[in-house]
Design a protein around this ligand. Structure first.
Ligand code: AMP
Ligand code: GLY
Length: 594
C-alpha cells in the first residue's frame, strides 16, 4: 500500500517512521516533508491542495494522512474523498473545532462540555465592556488559526484592551483575529489527550503533557511545544474516566448529531485542577511533539488503525501500547520562537540511532526542520530536532534522551532541561508522612531552624520537630530519635550552639545520616562548629557552616532524593531557579548581557 503524509515537521517524521513499520505499507511519501525524513519516506514537493490531489491521483495513493491543521481546515480531506481516494483526518466542517474558536466554544456550550466561561466579540466596545466585568488575568483568543500564537494572556486591563484592538483591526493575526473569544482564566495543570475516531467509535491514546513555553520553569513566550512525555501522571485513571465521559463522548456524539461527524485525530487540550478537567482548546490533528511520544508508545499498526478510522470500522480494532514511558525533547534554533537563526551546521546526528532500521528502538530522533547540504545537515526552522526515548519509567526515558542530546550541537541550539519534571513530581513513591527529624537545643535556635523547616515545607517533605538538650534531657533526646525512626524518619538535622553536643548524641543513637548545624551564640560560633565537626571516627555528623539551616535542609532533601523520584525532580528545578535568579540579578544590576 502507498501512504502519503501531509506536513513537514517532527510530527510527520514520527508518522512516516511508524507507517514505514507496517507490514501492509510498501511506500511512504511525505508532502512537503523535510530532508531528515528521507530515510523512511520519499519527499514530494506538492504544497497546495491541488498539487497534493494530483500526486494522489497520479501515484494512486491508498491512504493520505493529513498531519497539519491548515490543510484540514482548508478542506483537503473533503477534496481527496470527493476524488474517490481514502483520507485520514476531519473534513473542513469538522476541523472547525480547531479552525474557529467561536464555533468550538459555542459547540461546547451546546453540549455542556466543561470549558472556561466565555463570550465572542467582533466589536471593540462590547469586548471592552466584557473585559471590565472580569478580573485579571484576561484570556483573549483570535478565533481563527494563528499558528499556536492566537491565545494571549494579559495581566492588566490596558494590555487586554490593546490586544483586543490589535486583533479586531486585523493587525495581530489578520482575518483570524477579526472575531475573538474572551474567556475566564483557568488555574491548574495542562495535559493533552488524544483520541482517534471514525465519527462513532474511538480509541484513546495514553495521556500526554506538552511544554509550551520556550523557557525552563515555564517562563517566556509560547512555542509550538518544547517537549512532551507520556503517560502523564496528572491524568489519573479517575480523571481519564471524567475526560472520556464528559468530554470525549459528548464531543464525538455532538459532532455526529450536528451532521459533522468527526473523523481523524482529535486533540483535546485540558486544564486539570482539583480532580476536574476542562477543555482549553480542541485541535484537529496530532500535537507536535506529542505525536513523537505517542508513536513510540503505539505497538499496533498505525496504517491498520488509520484505515479503520477512515472506513468507519474502528469498533473492530484492538489497539496495543507499549507500557513504558516515552519522552521527546525539542532542540530549537537560537532566537526561537521569535527571530530564528537558520542554516547552522548540525554536528553529532550520525552518533544517534537512525530510523533507517524500521524495527523499534529505545531512542529515536525526529527531524522538525533540517536541510541536507551535501552530506551535512543544517538547521532549517525554529524547532529543528526532537530527541525521543522510551524507557521503563519516565526518569529512565528522560536520562536516555538527555544523554543523546549531549551528542548533538549547533551554534545557538536551545532546549529545556526540565522536560518531564512535572510528571516526575507526581511520582510520590509512598513517602512516609514524616521523613526528617529535627532537634534543636534551645528555643533561641527556633528562628534559624525555621529556615530549614520552610524549605522542607516547600518541597512537601514532612518533618518532626523537638527542642531537647544533650546535657539536660538525654533520655528525651533518645526517645525522640527512637520514635522518629519508628515513624519512618530517614535523616536527622541537629542544631545547637555553644558546646554543641546534640548532633553527636543523635549520631550516637541512630544509624541514619545526621546533619549538624552549629549555631552562633558565643565565640562567633567557633565553639559550636568545632564541637560538631570533631566527631570521633565511626560516628559522622555532616557539619554545615554556622547557621547553615538552609543547606542542612537541602542536604537532607538530597539524601532523601536518592530514594524518591519527586524530590530528584524538585531539586533539579530548584537549581534551575537559583540559576535564573543569578541571571535576573545580573540584568537588574544593568550589566551587559554575556
Ligand atoms: P490555546 O491556543 O487555546 O491552546 O491556548 C494556548 C495556551 O494558553 C494554553 O495552552 C494555555 O497555556 C493558555 N490558556 C488558554 N486558555 C486559557 C484559559 N482560559 N486559562 C488559562 N490558560 C489558558
Ligand atoms: N504541541 C502543541 C500543538 O501541537 O499544538
Amino acid at each position: 500500500m502507498k501512504v502519503l503524509i501531509v506536513g513537514s515537521g517532527g510530527r510527520e517524521h514520527a508518522l512516516a517512521w511508524k507507517m514505514k513499520q507496517s507490514p501492509q505499507v510498501s511506500q511512504v511519501f511525505v508532502a512537503p516533508g523535510n530532508d531528515g525524513m528521507r530515510s523512511v519516506a520519499e519527499l514530494v514537493s506538492a504544497r497546495t491542495n491541488e498539487a497534493i490531489l494530483s500526486f494522489i491521483q497520479r501515484e494512486k495513493v491508498d491512504l493520505t494522512f493529513v498531519g497539519q491543521e491548515a490543510y484540514l481546515v482548508d478542506g483537503l480531506v473533503d477534496q481527496i474523498e470527493s476524488a474517490g481516494f481514502k483520507a485520514f483526518g476531519p473534513t473542513a466542517a469538522a476541523a472547525a473545532l480547531e479552525g474557529s474558536k467561536a464555533f468550538s466554544k459555542d459547540f461546547m456550550h451546546r453540549h455542556q462540555i466543561p470549558t472556561a466561561r466565555y463570550e465572542i466579540f467582533r466589536e471593540e466596545d462590547k469586548a471592552f465592556a466584557y473585559l471590565e466585568s472580569m478580573n485579571a488575568p484576561y484570556v483573549i483568543k483570535a478565533s481563527g488559526l494563528a499558528a499556536g500564537k492566537g491565545a494571549v494572556i494579559c495581566q492588566d486591563l490596558e494590555e487586554a484592551q490593546n490586544t483586543v484592538r490589535q486583533m479586531l483591526s486585523g493587525q495581530a493575526f489578520g482575518e483570524s483575529g477579526r472575531t475573538l473569544v474572551i474567556e475566564e482564566f483557568m488555574n491548574g495543570e495542562e495535559a493533552s489527550f488524544f483520541v482517534l475516531t471514525d465519527g462513532k467509535d474511538f480509541v484513546a491514546f495514553p495521556s500526554c503533557q506538552d511544554h509550551k513555553r520556550i523557557g525552563e520553569l515555564d517562563q517566556g513566550l509560547n512555542t509550538g511545544g518544547m517537549g512532551a512525555y507520556s503517560p502523564a501522571p496528572i491524568v489519573t485513571p479517575e480523571i481519564e474516566k471524567i475526560i472520556i465521559d464528559r468530554i470525549v463522548k459528548p464531543t464525538i456524539s455532538g459532532m455526529a448529531a450536528e451532521g459533522n461527524p468527526y473523523k481523524g485525530v482529535l486533540y483535546i487540550g485540558l486544564m486539570i485542577d482539583h480532580g476536574e478537567a476542562k477543555v482549553v482548546e480542541y485541535n484537529c490533528r496530532f500535537g507536535d511533539p506529542e505525536c513523537q511520544v505517542l508513536m513510540l508508545k503505539l505497538k499496533s499498526d498505525l496504517y491498520g488503525l488509520a484505515v479503520a478510522a477512515a472506513e468507519g470500522k474502528l469498533a473492530q480494532e484492538i489497539v496495543e501500547w507499549h507500557s513504558e514511558s516515552a519522552v521527546c525533547v525539542i532542540l530549537a534554533s537560537g532566537g526561537y520562537p521569535e527571530q530564528i537563526e537558520k542554516g547552522k551546521i548540525i554536528s553529532g546526528i550520525e552518533l544517534l540511532p537512525s530510523d533507517s532500521k524500521p524495527e523499534r528502538q529505545s531512542s529515536q530522533i525526529f527531524h522538525s526542520g533540517t536541510r541536507l547540504d551535501g552530506s551535512v545537515y543544517r538547521t532549517d526552522g525554529g524547532r529543528v530536532i526532537g530527541v525521543a526515548s522510551i524507557g521503563i519509567n519516565l526518569e529512565k526515558a528522560l536520562q536516555q534522551a538527555y544523554q543523546n542530546i549531549g551528542k548533538i550541537y549547533w551554534e545557538g541550539m536551545v532546549y529545556r532541561r526540565d522536560i518531564g519534571s512535572k510528571g516526575l513530581m507526581h511520582c510520590r513513591d509512598m513517602r512516609p508522612e514524616k521523613s526528617v527529624g529535627i532537634v534543636i537545643g534551645s528555643k533561641s535556635d527556633l528562628e534559624i531552624a525555621r529556615k530549614a523547616t520552610a524549605l522542607l515545607e516547600r518541597f512537601e517533605v514532612g518533618y518532626r520537630f523537638c527542642i531537647t538538650s544533650a546535657h539536660r534531657s538525654p533520655i528525651r533526646t533518645r526517645e525522640f530519635i527512637n520514635q522518629s525512626e519508628a515513624m519512618g524518619v530517614e535523616v536527622f538535622i541537629a542544631m545547637a550552639g555553644m558546646a554543641a553536643h546534640l548532633p553527636g548524641v543523635v549520631a550516637a543513637e541512630t544509624t541514619k545520616p545526621v546533619i549538624g548545624v552549629p549555631i552562633v551564640s558565643t565565640l562567633d560560633g567557633m565553639d559550636s562548629l568545632l564541637a560538631i565537626a570533631q566527631m570521633p571516627p565511626g560516628v559522622p555528623v555532616a557539619t554545615m557552616a554556622t547557621n547553615g539551616a538552609v543547606n542542612a535542609a537541602i542536604l537532607s532533601l538530597q539524601i532523601l532524593s536518592l530514594r524518591y523520584t519527586d524530590l530528584r525532580a524538585k531539586l533539579k528545578l530548584y537549581k534551575i531557579e537559583m540559576e535564573q535568579q543569578v541571571v535576573v540579578s545580573h540584568k537588574e544590576a544593568g550589566l551587559e548581557s554575556i
